[in-house]
Write a protein that binds this ligand. Structure first.
Ligand SMILES: Cc1cc2nc3c(=O)[nH]c(=O)nc-3n(C[C@H](O)[C@H](O)[C@H](O)COP(=O)(O)O)c2cc1C
Length: 192
């Protein structure tokens, strides 16, 4: 197996992420890699909002606000704290925004597919630079605070975020999480 293939096939998402986080130059490399995803018409139907440091408190509040806006009953404080803590699960987060571009030729689904690839690319880039990463999402659509944080337009969609940091107890976590190979009889067809 080539080294690059082995890297790809053995990639695992991280669970516990701590400092140090990528340096600014590394972060830009990760974002640039995300900008290399397959993209019909080179429309770049995506953008990113990077959250780190103090800004994580704002992101946490925005997640609580989104949950609050979509629930009939008010959230208990304990639940609010649990949701807000999602923003502190890693020292750095890349928030992914699907941002479609008007086009007669390239359908919205193609643009969404392209934007979705950026999450995987960001995960791969972070891991390739020696960090841990995991793509996370939220059960509720953005409320006013998250819309504000992301400057989200009505056409755009929040695709979740990629947590990045240094993986704690990396070797133990990995050893415990061997991946089952894909059952090709179920998930693939070979036509010839
Ligand atoms: C759009 C999207 C959203 C996700 N949201 C979450 C999430 O909120 N929580 C979670 O534990 N995993 C989430 N995952 C899955 C993880 O990113 C990861 O793929 C999963 O834990 C399997 O780990 P692996 O990448 O090592 O196979 C999401 C994946 C995608 C593509």
């Amino acid at each position: 197996m080539s080294e690059i293939f082995e890297f790809l096939v053995k990639r695992r998402s991280a669970s516990i992420l701590v400092d140090p986080k990528p340096k600014r130059e590394e972060l830009e490399q990760i974002l640039n890699l995300a900008g290399t995803v397959p993209d019909h018409g080179q429309l770049r139907p995506y953008r990113f909002v990077v959250v780190e440091g103090e800004a994580r408190a704002r992101f946490g509040e925005a997640l609580v606000d989104a949950a609050d806006a979509h629930r009939p009953e008010k959230l208990e404080d304990r639940m609010k704290a649990k949701i807000a803590a999602k923003a502190f699960a890693a020292p750095l987060q890349i928030l992914l925004v699907y941002s479609p571009v008007a086009s007669d030729k390239i359908h919205a689904w193609e643009q969404m597919a392209s934007a979705s690839c950026t999450g995987y690319a960001a995960v791969l880039g972070a891991i390739a630079l020696g960090y841990g990463a995991v793509w996370k999402s939220f059960a509720y659509d953005p409320g006013p605070l998250l819309q504000g944080l992301l400057s989200l337009t009505s056409e755009e969609k929040f695709l979740g975020w990629v947590n990045i940091g240094t993986e704690k107890d990396k070797e133990t976590q990995r050893a415990e999480r061997e991946r089952e190979p894909l059952d090709l009889r179920r998930y693939a067809q070979f036509l010839s």
